[in-house]
Design a binder for this molecule. Structure first.
Ligand SMILES: Cc1ncc(C[n+]2csc(CCOP(=O)(O)OP(=O)(O)O)c2C)c(N)n1
Ligand code: SF4
Ligand SMILES: [Mg+2]
Length: 290
């Protein structure tokens, strides 16, 4: 007999994501908000674990796997096909990792936004190519260990949110698996946007970030509380911070609880802290101006 949670969830129980996987949590909440009239796409990634093999899938809604480089193009095509059929009450969702978004799928994403298709693109950011064995992506932060950055990444994280803002998009938001109510509200808002939506959500990965699985939510919160991952939304160009942090916590609180930062230098921590403080002040100033 299934539990009450299983009955409510549009992702079946017993799927083989790792213990404490924030990506799975975000997938569950996404469908919880959007409901059964949703078509969900995943590219090759850890989210493809939910999409499954052959005729079996963990999604209880129509689901489909794209290629890594073109999930947004697939979503555009599905949206246009629904329009041709006169179906305007179906959500079309891309549920893609950081590698499939900020690197390999970027041109398809940019094209879909430029064409203005009504799709909800959720990038769950675990800051590396996890499914293939923890390789660095453009979203891996400065100083982080991956199997392809054994001494820590020397470059900074790519600013995909800034890039998409510059392109112009009706609704864009950041979110964190540590503040689920905030994420839930943003997905709720996304339902009614008549055009593309982009939500960039931080999803800590116990396996790739090297922390105990029970710490997932705490680490996702610390990212926000240190200013490394500010929570905001941009509606038709107007920015609003959705979680104000009175005093930012030290970045050391965040890095010291993750094995991936074991060789980060004091200088790199200072750089991260300076960048977080600067971004937060810029967001506050922009919000005030609006
Ligand atoms: C064009 C292309 N390059 C490489 C791969 C191999 N590949 C499959 S899944 C994956 C990792 C994707 O990383 P990300 O999008 O961050 O998702 P995550 O695995 O972290 O959930 C890669 C590189 C592929 N399928 N297609
Ligand atoms: S490797 Fe990370 S993102 Fe992938 S299933 Fe495991 S915890 Fe989730
Ligand atoms: Mg990833």
């Amino acid at each position: 007999m299934g539990s009450a949670t299983e009955k409510l969830s549009l992702i079946s129980c017993g799927i083989t994501t790792c213990e404490g996987c924030a990506m799975e949590l975000i997938g569950r909440v996404t469908l919880d908000v959007l409901g059964p009239k949703t078509i969900i796409l995943t590219p090759p990634s850890c989210s493809a674990i939910i999409t499954g093999y052959g005729r079996e899938t963990g999604w209880r809604v129509p689901a489909f796997q794209s290629n890594l480089e073109n999930i947004a193009a697939y979503c555009s095509g599905i949206r246009v096909a629904l329009e041709v059929q006169g179906k305007d009450n179906v959500h079309v969702v891309a549920f893609a990792g950081d590698g499939g978004t900020v690197d390999i799928g970027l041109q398809a994403l940019s094209g879909a936004i430029e064409r203005g298709h009504k799709i909800i693109y959720i990038c769950y950011d675990n800051e590396a190519y996890m499914n293939t064995g923890i390789q660095r992506s453009g979203a891996t932060p400065l100083g982080a260990w991956t199997t392809t950055t054994p001494a820590g990444k020397k470059e900074s994280k790519k600013d995909i949110v800034g890039m998409l803002r510059a392109q112009g998009i009706p609704y864009l938001a950041t979110a964190s698996a540590g503040y689920i109510d905030d994420f839930r509200r943003k997905v709720e808002r996304a339902k009614d946007v008549d055009g593309p939506v982009y939500i960039h959500v931080l999803t800590p990965c116990a396996t790739g970030w090297r922390f105990p699985p029970k710490e997932t939510v705490n680490i996702a919160r610390l990212a926000v509380d240190t200013g490394l991952w500010p929570l905001y939304e941009v509606v038709d160009g107007r920015l609003k911070i959705t979680r104000k942090v009175k005093t930012l916590k030290p970045v050391t609180d965040y890095v010291q609880c993750q094995g991936r930062f074991r060789s980060i230098s004091a200088d790199q921590i200072a750089q991260l802290e300076k960048g977080a403080e600067k971004l937060y002040q810029e967001l506050l100033a922009e919000e005030e101006k609006a």
